[in-house]
Ligand binder design. Structure first.
Ligand code: ATP
Ligand code: MG
Length: 212
């Protein structure tokens, strides 16, 4: 699962837990983005703070979680295709990889660097984000053509290492990092929006008080 995690919140935790339950993966690799090239600005919290919040907030009971810092250590823009190529070198070509992603991000997949190559490197598990329009209404004709023949069920996914798409019927809470940063700035409570340890961390380090 990739993301800016600025900060990690209960929506992220819900999709991670849901996917872990469905796929029982050997491990979950969480990849905080370094310099997300499609964003207008750098993350608000430092890389160190974002990693610390992930470490505090995203321990799953059922499986091993690895917070992978490779994208933070990379200079220049973060391209998922580079990350996946590195992971393939380390893990080999045979093991199934599943990229867990929300529908808002997936619907823009065709704007990612070398996006067509991604299907040769990983599967995608797509979670509908509450409040978002259905994917069919938001994807381009190009992306629609690229994905429609790839859709399978969760149990079919492990038959090959990459190239398929599963839509996961999870019901994650309607939470975003943007909303949490806004609440902090406005002095509103973020209890129930982020894991308790993340709430403590944000308070202790006085994060997101000035998001100008
Ligand atoms: P921001 O508001 O800063 O964009 P965000 O809440 O979207 O933050 P990201 O770090 O951008 O969080 O998201 C990482 C991944 O998690 C993306 O694939 C995104 O679609 C997914 N995601 C985030 N929140 C949810 C949610 N509430 N439900 C489902 N998927 C989510
Ligand atoms: Mg986002």
């Amino acid at each position: 699962m990739g993301g800016t995690f600025d900060p990690v919140h209960n929506g992220h935790v819900a999709i991670a837990e849901g996917a872990a339950h469905i796929f029982s993966p050997e491990k979950m690799i969480v990849l905080p983005a370094g310099n997300p090239y499609q964003r207008a600005r750098l993350p608000f919290a430092s890389s160190g703070d974002r990693v610390a919040m992930l470490v505090a907030g995203i321990g799953l009971s059922s499986i091993k979680v690895v917070i992978d810092r490779r994208e933070l250590n990379r200079t220049g823009p973060t391209y998922t295709v580079d990350t996946l190529q590195e992971l393939r070198k380390e893990l080999g070509d045979e093991i199934p990889l599943i990229w867990l992603i929300g529908s808002d991000a997936f619907s823009k997949l065709d704007t990612w660097h070398r996006w067509q190559d991604l299907f040769g490197l990983t599967h995608f598990a797509v979670v509908m984000r509450p409040g978002e329009r259905q994917l069919e209404a938001t994807v381009s004709a190009n992306l629609k053509t690229a994905i429609e023949h790839r859709v399978v069920t969760a149990s079919e996914l492990n038959c090959q290492p990459a190239g398929n798409i599963v839509y996961l019927a999870l019901m994650p809470p309607k939470i975003s990092s943007t909303q949490i940063r806004d609440r902090c700035q406005n002095g509103e409570s973020i209890n129930g929006f982020v894991p308790a340890a993340v709430c403590d961390y944000i308070e202790q380090h006085k994060l997101y008080l000035n998001n100008a």
